[in-house]
Write a protein that binds this ligand. Structure first.
Ligand code: SF4
Length: 330
């Protein structure tokens, strides 16, 4: 990745998030869930980094650590040149203005008792971003128009909107604090297929019209991140196993897990469809409570070697801008 220090908005170094499992009256720790186990990546200003993997791979936990909704077990999160890993509650407030979240479920993430205007306006009030009521109302109306909603609907409550419209409200709320980074946590997975493309297009248009707006886009579906991401990181059981440009990931996947995920993605090209390899992905993701030894993918990998069961492969650059963690890939 050829980027200068000032191009980098987010830098995550060896991030670990282990949740303790407590038992008994004395709440003794008996184990820990290794949800994120040594994740490192950088996101450039104005870039979209896709973070993909099956359910339980740690992608949402990684996003919540970047948002500082969780206190990481170890590692470092640098945002816009500032180490935010262990900031206290009061110190984190200005950062919260800079980093927004779009939730997965637009049905449960909006307070049913608030009007759409109150929901979208809340971050502006918290961060005191407008000088007076008329500026507040004008900004609200502008935000509604930006996400394709009629400002005449400001006084309606969430149940009066469709799923797609509710997610537009969620996006307007995320934009209201004028953030430089938005963590999009599976923002289309709860929506009808017919609406999904509209929301992806809206997110892309917002980024094009807002220089420097950066996304960490979390999804379990590779076909979704393909269209929106500049680069993609594939996660498996708390670790990144492959990270490269989105186009390169689809044209030249190297990690057996990525190849298996990709072979299940439908491609609307019969010639390509016929020629591509089919790699079955069998079994479930093992529990992060008791991850397999060595390469954690080894129980599901059809290329497994003895070495894989003992030694964990390190994520390393195999070609410029293409990092892979696999003993097979030199
Ligand atoms: Fe498969 Fe071994 Fe590579 Fe892991 S390190 S993905 S088990 S070949």
């Amino acid at each position: 990745m050829n980027a200068t220090e000032s191009d980098i908005l987010v830098e995550v170094n060896d991030l670990k998030m282990h949740f303790p499992v407590l038992r008994g009256l004395l709440k003794r720790q008996v184990a820990s869930v290794q949800a994120v186990d040594g994740v490192s990546f950088k996101i450039r200003r104005g870039e979209t980094l896709g973070l993909v993997g099956e359910s339980g791979c740690g992608k949402t936990t990684t996003g919540r650590c970047v948002l500082r909704l969780y206190d990481p077990t170890s590692g470092q999160i640098v945002f816009d040149g500032h180490d935010i890993t262990h900031l206290k509650k009061q110190q984190i407030r200005p950062i919260r203005r800079e980093i927004s979240l779009i939730f997965q479920d637009p049905f449960s993430s909006l307070d049913p008792r608030q009007t759409a205007g109150q929901i979208v306006g809340e971050p502006m009030k918290i961060h005191k971003l407008t000088q007076n009521d008329s500026e507040y109302q004008d900004t609200l109306a502008e935000l509604f128009k930006t996400v394709g909603l009629d400002p005449a609907m400001l006084d309606r409550v969430p149940h009066e909107f469709s799923g797609g419209q509710r997610q537009r409200i969620g996006i307007a709320r995320a934009l209201a604090s004028q953030p430089s980074l938005i963590v999009c946590d599976e923002p289309i997975s709860a929506l009808d297929v017919s609406i999904q493309a509209q929301i992806i297009n809206l997110l892309q248009e917002l980024q094009e019209g807002n220089e420097g707006l950066t996304y960490l886009f979390i999804a379990h579906d590779l076909s979704v991140v393909r269209h929106i991401s500049d680069r993609v990181a594939v996660m498996y059981l708390g670790r990144i196993v492959e990270l490269t440009e989105a186009v390169n990931l689809f044209d030249n996947p190297k990690h057996p897990y990525t190849r298996a995920l990709l072979s299940a993605v439908p491609i609307a090209d019969p010639v390509f469809e016929e020629s591509r390899e089919w790699i079955p992905l069998e079994g479930e993701v093992p529990s992060p409570l008791n991850p397999p030894s060595g390469c954690t993918f080894h129980p599901r990998c059809q290329f497994v070697m003895e070495k894989c069961k003992k030694i964990s492969p390190v994520l390393k650059e195999t070609e410029p801008g293409h990092e892979v963690a696999c003993h097979l890939v030199k």
